[in-house]
Design a protein around this ligand. Structure first.
Ligand SMILES: [Zn+2]
Length: 362
């Protein structure tokens, strides 16, 4: 339940956030609660992205376009700061960075959906380990150039990813059918890759229209390099990991990435112009595969480009000393007698948070 009110505060209460079986917790969902506050600066960039969505759909590199974009049916996309999280949200060591609620297509079509990108918690996570991965796999001059805007760029990419999920239409012969039914087990990987690629495809166009500088769009591409390379340390099984693995191999096999040896380590530089071509090419291919419900095509694409990478052990070793996850520490409002003040008070350690303390009930 997403509770909208006059104030810029969002409340989310849920008994089960996901409708598919989670590969990690092996559960369909847990009780969860969040108190969120809209981030105004980020929200203004977001509304510019949403305004441009029809123009993006009209020029997208796929065949079957969504001709009518009903603004009421667009996701309620929101950049928010987290005031507090409880239940399913606090699953250390993992931290949720962005979310579309719910996943159920019937609910989305009939009731609508909310897409949230969590800013302050995302920034905390990035501050701890994001830069380490960037420094490990990007050449020094690339890090110097883009490091400062990498977090901002990945946030915008996340928002475009969520919008990307709403784009495209089924081929005329499949109107009324769900791509998920036609593509079965291939669906999630294909759809996640489509959303990631949509974000990469849209960013330089938004920059050309002056929504943000081109440097930010390029930083968004490097943000994806970090996710893709970091993901190579896993055997591709989960949908997002498979999607990024597939994209990485498509880009590297087709000349989008230049390998550089620096301090005895393999690092990666993008051929930006070539990457933009490859993104459009693969986005078109995947968009058309989805629209036509071409399961055999999806299998072929996955078998060609999604595989355990020969660099897997090397990437794993290079990331060995990095934090495996993060535990967020939430502050409390300071109390002055009977009243709460506007000051925040942080617990001394992770385990000192009230949520982790046993409570005595009488
Ligand atoms: Zn997604």
């Amino acid at each position: 339940m997403w509770i909208r009110q006059g104030a810029q505060i969002d409340l989310i209460l849920s008994s089960a956030l996901e409708v598919y079986l989670d590969n990690w917790k092996n559960a369909r969902g847990e009780a969860a609660g969040a108190v969120l506050v809209e981030n105004n600066d980020a929200q203004s960039i977001l509304s510019q992205l949403v305004d441009r969505l029809p123009a993006l759909e009209a020029t997208a590199p796929w065949q079957h376009r969504k001709l009518k974009i009903d603004k009421d049916k667009l996701p309620h996309l929101r950049f928010v700061d987290v005031l507090n999280w409880g239940g399913d949200y606090v699953n250390s060591p993992m931290t949720i960075i962005a979310q579309s609620l719910p996943n159920d297509h019937w609910v989305i079509d009939h009731v609508g959906s909310v897409n949230v990108v969590y800013r302050n918690t995302g920034k905390a996570v990035y501050g701890l380990s994001g830069e380490m991965i960037a420094k490990e796999f990007l050449p020094k001059d690339v890090f110097d150039q883009y490091g400062g805007v990498l977090f901002e760029a990945t946030q915008i990419h996340s928002a475009l990813h969520e919008l990307g999920h709403t784009t495209g239409a089924m081929a005329p012969e499949h109107v009324g059918k769900e791509a998920r039914e036609l593509l079965e087990a291939e669906y999630s990987t294909l759809e996640e890759a489509r959303a990631e690629l949509f974000g990469m495809w849209a960013m330089p166009q938004m920059a050309r229209e002056g929504v943000f500088p081109m440097k930010l769009a390029e930083a968004g591409h490097y943000g994806m390099v970090i996710s893709m390379v970091g993901g190579l340390r896993f055997i591709p099984e989960q949908a997002h990991v498979k999607a990024r693995n597939l994209m990485w191999h498509y880009f590297t096999k087709n000349g989008g990435v230049e390998e550089v040896i620096e301090d005895g380590k393999k690092k990666f530089r993008l051929r930006i112009a070539r990457i933009d071509e490859l993104v459009a090419e693969l986005l078109g291919l995947i968009g058309n595969t989805k629209a036509s419900g071409d399961k055999a095509g999806a299998v072929k694409l996955r078998e060609t480009y999604c595989f355990t990478d020969p660099m897997r052990e090397d990437v794993e070793k290079r990331m060995e000393s990095f934090p495996l996850g993060r535990g967020l520490i939430f502050p409390k409002l300071k109390r002055d007698g009977e009243r709460y003040t506007a000051e925040l008070e942080y617990p001394k350690s992770f385990a000192d948070q009230p949520r982790y303390k046993a409570r005595l009930l009488d």
